[in-house]
Design a binder for this molecule. Sequence first.
Ligand SMILES: [Zn+2]
Length: 79
Amino acid sequence: MGIVYVFTWVAGRFRCFSGKHERSEKHIERAGTDERFVSKCRFCGTPMRRRAKRDWVVISRAEYRNARRAAASKGVLAP
Ligand SMILES: [Zn+2]
């Protein structure tokens, strides 16, 4: 079990180095309105944004923060 986990993790990190991050299912958050979602890479935590279904792109940490802040302020202002 432990060996498999480590192997999976190493393989995942290797994919990260080649630029293929894998977005984490449990970190998906709806940012603001529409179909705008952000998440993180499950291996290295790199912020990601959903461009289309099953199509995620890496974004900067600043963009990730802004997206989440926009979502939070929307919630406060909503009637
Ligand atoms: Zn990654």
